[in-house]
Design a protein around this ligand. Structure first.
Ligand SMILES: *Cc1c(COP(=O)(O)O)cnc(C)c1O
Length: 495
């Protein structure tokens, strides 16, 4: 199986090359040449498999330059009870006959990013071996909170790698900051940037395109790579949990083989929902993919009108991991839906770079509407639904998941579509204690780690162990730099 660049399909590489390179040289994203199928018989057989075996079965179809033994070993290392607090790894929570939450936050950092970032380091180091890359890799990350910690945890003490995370000094929650600055591992670094997330992100992008720095690092035996969802190795493990959710619904006897479900995903960079789209194209019976946004509703408008326009106000919301105006992974969808028309994709991306806007063809717009539905909600609506779901259903959800649930409810009201639906539950409510507490009407005024106890008191839900353990952890990283000082930090980190 080959992987092509979305901007030039004459570029063909193996899975290992795509994963080692991250981004194609022409700026495009790597996509599989064709999608492998998964039959109903195979889906039905998965009823009786554990999560690891399901993940191996899905991933092996895309990684024909890896042996089944290799992939099995990766899955054993990535998804086990040292890292995850449930043997189910990605369990389904049944709210009612029509509504199921796919809990993707049982990993070491309590957000769905773990599902991919526990796997990526194994894929990446094996890819370095397979491609004969002799240099070691340094992963650079700019984070608004969840990705940084998940990447640190995934890459800590992984051979041939180092990882350096930059976060905006005043732009992450207190719990997110503590999670990062207490990170264990000999090969990790964490640095605050005096600026906002965009400053940190721009700083990292500048480092990536700094030829002189790259040469200097190459002489010392290092090359730079990224851990965000532009890397195929981060997207692939996410397809597995949608397949797994379908198998679990079969196992519960809620659906018959072939019966359709809807999938609703709280979306930012379009990675998670794209994985669901791939699962659908492989043959998982999914009717609609429902794309949920907060007030940064650029995707809602795009799916409804066919016009992507990032020229709009940016809002800071209580679902910060979805505060994003450029959804990079959309480029992969455009490539698929255009029938692999790289010229068409280049045109859209050029318009986006030059004007911040593009308009897809009518044909593309119709295809999108046939698969996707979209909606958004405000912070007030999000909080209201967290409170209601807790009081009426005794189930506590985080601010991102609540955006998904809200949009699903609106979709049902508008369409009358009662197809059973799976909502991707993307974070533990304990990661966003302050907003969740507010939603429950708590007025304890707790701060810092005391928020965890306050939410425990208010909800009775057991806090995740990795967050409780923050209380006993020592702060290891105090570095903070001006945004112009980031590349010096990289040089120093790799000296
Ligand atoms: C990253 C993240 C999202 C958005 O996922 P995308 O793949 O970027 O669309 C949603 N919720 C949480 C909690 C996240 O960390």
């Amino acid at each position: 199986m080959h992987y092509l660049s979305t901007r030039n399909k004459a570029v063909k590489v193996s899975a290992a090359e795509a994963i080692a390179m991250g981004l194609a040289r022409d700026g495009g994203l790597f996509v599989p040449e064709s999608l492998p199928a998964i039959s109903l018989a195979e889906l039905t057989a998965m009823k009786d498999m554990d999560y690891r075996s399901r993940a191996v079965s899905v991933m092996a179809r895309f990684l024909d330059d890896f042996t089944p033994e290799e992939i099995t070993t990766f899955a054993e290392k990535a998804y086990n009870e040292r890292g995850f607090d449930t043997p189910a790894i990605a369990p389904l929570h049944k709210l009612d006959e029509e509504t199921f939450f796919l809990e993707l936050w049982h990993g070491p950092t309590c957000a769905f990013k773990d599902m991919a970032l526990q796997m990526l380091p194994h894929l990446l180091t094996a890819s370095l071996r397979k491609t004969g890359e002799e240099k070691n890799v340094c992963i650079l990350v700019a984070t608004s909170g969840d990705t940084g910690k998940a990447a640190l945890e995934g890459f800590a003490d992984v051979e041939r790698t180092k990882i350096l995370v930059f976060y905006p000094e005043n732009g992450v929650s207190e719990i997110q900051q503590l999670q990062m600055v207490t990170q264990r591992g000999e090969n990790v670094g964490v640095c605050a940037v005096k600026g906002n997330f965009d400053d940190a992100q721009t700083g990292v992008k500048n480092i990536f395109s700094d030829e002189a720095l790259r040469d200097e690092l190459a002489k010392k035996g290092w090359f730079l790579s990224s851990a965000n969802s532009i890397n195929w190795g981060r997207l692939l493990p996410q397809i597995a949990y949608y397949v797994s959710a379908y198998a679990d619904l079969l196992k519960l006897g809620r659906i018959e083989p072939g019966e359709k479900i809807n999938v609703c995903v709280p979306t930012g960079n379009f990675g998670n929902i794209l994985a669901a789209y791939y699962a659908r194209e492989m043959g998982v019976p999914i009717k609609k993919l429902i794309c949920a946004s907060n007030s940064n509703n650029v995707l809602t408008d795009f799916i409804k009108t066919g016009v992507y326009d990032r020229n709009r106000d940016f809002y800071t919301t209580i679902s910060p991991s979805m505060d994003i105006l450029i959804s990079s992974n959309l480029e992969r969808l455009l490539f698929m839906l255009s029938g692999g028309n790289d010229g068409e994709v280049c045109g859209y991306m050029k318009d986006l770079a030059e004007t911040g806007r593009y308009k897809v063809s009518d044909e593309m717009k119709e295809k999108i509407a046939s698969v996707f539905s979209a909606g958004f909600c405000s912070d007030e609506e999000t909080k209201k639904l967290i409170g209601e779901t807790f009081r009426k259903e005794d189930y506590l959800i985080d601010t991102h998941t609540a955006v998904g649930f809200n949009v699903l409810k609106a979709y049902r009201e508008q369409t009358g579509d009662a197809t059973p639906a799976v909502i991707a539950s993307t974070a533990s409510p304990y990661k966003f204690c302050d907003s969740v507490l507010e939603a429950l009407g708590d007025e304890s005024g707790a701060q810092g780690l005391a928020l965890i106890d306050a939410l425990h008191e208010a909800s009775g839900v057991t806090p995740p162990r990795p967050l409780l353990e923050l209380k006993n952890k020592k702060r290891r990283f105090d570095l903070s730099v001006e945004k112009t000082g980031m590349s010096a930090v990289v040089s120093d980190f790799l000296k």
